[in-house]
Design a protein around this ligand. Structure first.
Ligand code: GN1
Ligand code: MG
Length: 377
């Protein structure tokens, strides 16, 4: 968000959480588009222990308490499952929320901003691009596992932390409004992109129409299951756990698979400016899908299976549309660090879709090969 930052100091805020020891250091971290993230280090009896803190963007998440309630339910459920399975290294396989001194999982500062704290997961990293098929397969597996872990979450339906988040139809309503208004006189810089998203409008509605018509089931999903939200072990490269749980809520399994396809099988970063580097890689697609289906084939319906390939195209489509809308609206939603940043992001998504379209027959063949064992369901 491009706005004046509140005058509170992160170093004061983190002391409101139930963390022992002496604060050694706190600094900004990560490259999220929405929240502000910090990492702190504490001396706890001679050992340095680190924590992650986030200032929640309440313009995007208008009910931060509900976000945190969802996150606490989901992480407790996964932790209990990992414990019951006797899994090793549980502290690195699920996020752990640190409460604040009042016992709440969030702290509200004097400017009205909500903060939260997690134990930092050591010896881990996130990636922006994938180069090996082995890594793609592990990532696919971790997304399937995450969906499986949450399939039996009990209790009431999770809060919808952002309503209509992956609803292509309402995203198009916003796009058309932004285009009509063209408040910043930027439409002239984005002619081919605007044309592309107008041409693709009908096809883009396929997932949301399938959900509305109950052809595909509602499931708990992450809704931001992109590559950079999966934590990898520094040494082995294995996927440890899924992070950035703000949008875990009801949705479709295809939103998560699609987001992974969009970010794992692309050959460049989301904001790459040299479009010659951007494309769809079918080798990575095969590996990713193989890993995902290794976990998910047992619960996916035949209607979901038919849309696996489409989901990647669809999620690249909705992201490109959202980046373009934000560009037209003056970059008020996503963090940007250069002029035209959102337009660059729009272009990578569009180039990825075009590359996928060129290789569509092959991608569909890969999908059929890998799902054939489910034929006849
Ligand atoms: C945003 O904050 P970050 O980078 O995890 C966005 C996602 C987009 C993503 C694009 C709440 O996520 O929907 O996929 O950027 N999150 C929200 O990279 O809008
Ligand atoms: Mg996010």
């Amino acid at each position: 968000m491009n706005e004046n930052k509140p005058a509170v100091r992160p170093a004061d805020i983190v002391k409101e959480f139930l963390i022992y020891g002496v604060l050694l250091d706190i600094s900004p971290m990560g490259n999220g588009h929405i929240n502000d993230t910090f990492i702190s280090a504490w001396n706890q009896g001679g050992t340095v222990v680190r924590y992650t803190h986030q200032r929640i963007n309440h313009h995007v998440f208008i009910h931060p308490e509900e976000v945190m309630e969802n996150i606490c339910r989901v992480t407790s459920h996964i932790r209990a499952k990992l414990g019951a399975a006797g899994g090793p290294d549980i502290g690195r396989r699920v996020l752990e929320v640190v409460p604040c001194r009042t016992g709440k999982p969030w702290f509200r500062d004097k400017d009205g901003y909500y903060w939260r704290t997690y134990c930092y997961i050591e010896k881990s990293r996130t990636g922006e691009t994938v180069t090996s098929a082995q890594e793609a397969e592990l990532l696919g597996r971790s997304a399937g596992r995450f969906q499986k872990q949450l399939a039996d979450l009990g209790g009431p339906r999770l809060f919808e932390t952002i309503v209509n988040f992956h609803n292509m139809e309402t995203r198009y309503v916003s796009f058309h409004k932004a285009l009509e208004k063209d408040e910043f006189n930027r439409a002239k810089n984005a002619g081919p992109e605007i044309e592309f998203y107008l041409e693709n409008e009908d096809r883009g509605g396929i997932l949301i129409r399938s959900m509305r018509n109950r052809l595909i089931p509602e499931r708990i999903c992450h809704n931001d299951a992109k590559l950079s939200n999966i934590l990898l072990d520094d040494e082995t490269g294995a996927a440890l756990c899924v992070i950035d749980l703000d949008t875990v809520m009801p949705g479709s399994s295809l939103f998560d698979l699609g987001d992974l396809i969009r970010t794992v099988t692309i050959t460049a970063a989301e904001d790459e400016q040299d479009l010659a580097k951007v494309g769809f890689n079918p080798v990575l697609y095969r590996a990713l899908l193989k890993g995902y289906l290794g976990e998910a084939l047992e619960f996916l319906t035949s209607a979901e299976l038919k849309l696996l390939c489409e989901s990647g195209r669809n999620l690249a489509h909705i992201m490109g549309l959202r980046f373009l809308t934000d560009y037209l609206e003056g970059d008020h939603y996503y963090h940007t660090s250069r002029p035209g940043h959102n337009l660059d992001r729009t272009r990578t998504q569009m180039t990825f879709i075009r590359s996928m379209d060129k290789q569509w027959a092959q991608a569909e063949q890969i999908t059929r090969d890998l799902t054939s064992e489910a034929a006849g369901r």
